[in-house]
Design a protein. Structure first.
Length: 549
């Protein structure tokens, strides 16, 4: 069992000294720091642009100056190494400045997506013990600063607010003024310990309260360096486009850390709108990105009318849902030979599997790839606790240098997830083919037990999705007195269509789908409830299915 303490997680407790030494010997842990990279690029390429967001642009030298100014101000406000600092900001350059200021201090960045409100934010504040919050005023009609002020009164432990692009009140810190403070890297002493907590990213809470995933610089930079080197093949003249929130795992990793480790550039967009997104890709000559799969569909639909020059885009990684073959073909045509590739990961290990250069269209559209990076080991564990044979379904487990230390202040959940041999149990199900390519098939909790027969909700979703009147589908269990559970299909119809349970089950029977796998209840909805990171909130759908819609 992994050793965990109520508030402290360590590399030795998670990996053991021998494994940590191996990671270093293999070059998977390099013992650097985010600010060491910032200093390198600010010295070597001071005028190279690091981040732009459509409003501001910062080169590496300016980024360092502003990050150090903010760090000096935060230190005077009492922030010390190991302190947790929340950042709830949109995809603005201020996020990069804030993250690197905290890295300079050795404080722990706790990012929160801007869609989260008082309930979720309050949980993060209380669980993390954050002493400072960096946020904004009104964004998309919501006043974030007022929310944090109210939370301060609830005894969350939050002492100081830093306000970016908004008005700071007495006792609060104005971001721009703080970033303009004179300071230098020498003022802060040695760089932080690369094995100390560096980042706590909270899971998006599809089933219960969000867990704080604790990454060190070594664990997070393993994925960043690997993706930059082995997947994106990032060059210094690359521009990483990021419409996904940099306050969440994928956006932060690909949108800021990949360009930082390579000395390249990031272009951030704070509100995803496909026509504006394509305009930015064309204007800034963006070369790579990573998003949820629906972003691609929206971009391709917009390109039909916009006809932008998208030839600069070489790689688009897709996470969260399989890539339909037709979508991959359409992407290759619209993006002038760019590659659409799947990425499977989670907050706990950001890159588990993906496709790589040279993988065929059939692989890119028919699998979730093979182990993403050297050092990542993936195993499927069957119901008997043994490795699942090729072609058989099992729980996806992994271990490697990019795995989290554990969950912050959650020793029981840490111990329940990471076993004695260091394997992290994801709760996801998958199958390996004969060539070692993974296909994610569902979730352990997505099993519907109908009369003692296990039915994969993901498998049924795949069948129902093929119905021509179905735009999106999620399948969940609902209770049945006789059989225990039955399957309910929650469907977003194609515009103008009204599918019925009879039409869907007739369609499935025509394809020789076994009768016990047919949905026995149908609920039509305008949209599926999603977390901010694009995961379907199936616990909400189970309530809907239980009530019959």
């Amino acid at each position: 069992m992994v050793t965990v303490e109520p508030t402290t997680l360590s590399v030795d407790g998670r990996y053991g000294a021998d494994t940590a030494a191996e990671f270093r010997a293999r070059g998977w842990w390099r013992d650097g720091s985010a600010v060491a990279l910032l200093d390198r690029w600010a010295d070597e390429t001071p005028t190279r642009r690091f981040v732009s967001d459509g409003t501001t642009e910062l080169d590496y030298a300016t980024l360092r100056r502003r990050a150090d100014g903010l760090a000096a101000t935060l230190r005077r406000a009492g922030v010390r190494r190991g302190d947790r600092v929340v950042m709830q900001l949109p995809n603005w350059s201020e996020f990069a400045v804030g993250y690197l200021a905290l890295a300079r201090l050795g404080a722990v960045t706790v990012p929160i997506m801007t869609v989260y409100r008082s309930s979720e934010v309050g949980h993060v504040l209380r669980n993390s013990g954050a002493v400072v919050a960096i946020t904004t005023g009104t964004f998309r009609g919501f006043d974030h600063a007022e929310m944090f002020r109210a939370l301060q009164l609830e005894n969350t432990g939050l002492k100081t607010l830093v306000i970016a692009r908004g008005e700071a009140r007495d006792g609060e810190i104005a971001f721009d003024e703080a970033a303009a403070t004179d300071a230098s890297a020498e003022d802060f002493g040695p760089n932080p310990d690369p094995d100390a907590a560096h980042l706590i990213v909270y899971t998006s809470g599809t089933e219960s309260t969000a867990k704080g995933c604790v990454h060190t610089w070594n664990t997070i930079s393993f994925s960043a360096i690997g993706l930059a080197t082995d997947v994106f093949r990032t060059r210094q003249d690359d521009v990483i486009f990021m419409p996904s929130p940099v306050a969440h795992a994928t956006g932060l990793l690909v949108g800021l850390l990949v360009p930082l480790v390579a000395g390249a550039e990031a272009h951030l967009i704070d509100i995803w709108e496909p026509h504006e997104g394509l305009r930015r890709i064309e204007q800034y000559r963006c070369t790579a990105t990573a998003t949820a799969t629906p972003f691609v569909r929206m971009a391709l639909d917009a390109q039909r009318t916009d006809q932008r020059d998208l030839s600069s885009m070489r790689f688009w990684l897709c996470a969260g849902a399989p890539i339909p073959k037709a979508l991959a073909i359409e992407f290759d045509e619209a993006f002038d030979g760019g590659l659409l590739m799947p990425l499977y990961g989670c907050t706990e290990l950001l890159a588990v599997t993906c496709c790589h250069h040279g993988d065929s269209l059939e692989r890119r559209a028919g699998s979730d790839g093979s182990p993403a990076l050297e050092g990542v080991n993936v195993r499927l564990i069957g119901p008997d606790g043994e490795s699942a044979p090729t072609g058989e379904e099992g729980e996806i487990c992994y271990r490697g240098p990019g795995g989290v230390l554990g969950y912050w202040r959650e020793p029981e959940r840490t111990a329940a997830t990471i076993d004695a041999e260091g394997w992290h149990h994801t709760g996801d199900l998958g199958r390996f083919d004969e060539d070692g390519f993974l296909r994610v098939t569902g979730r352990l909790k997505d099993i519907i037990i109908r009369g003692g027969t296990n039915i994969s909700a993901g498998e049924v979703e795949g069948y129902v999705f093929e119905h021509p009147d179905v735009a999106q589908v999620a399948v969940v269990a609902y209770p049945d007195e006789r059989l225990g559970e039955k399957a309910c299909a929650v469907v977003v119809p194609v515009e103008g269509q009204v599918p019925t349970l009879e039409s869907i089950t007739s369609f499935l029977r025509s394809r020789d789908i076994s009768l016990q796998k047919l949905p026995e209840r149908l609920v039509l909805v305008a949209e599926l409830p999603m977390t901010a990171s694009g995961k379907i909130q199936k616990f909400r759908l189970r309530e809907l299915a239980k009530d019959g819609g």
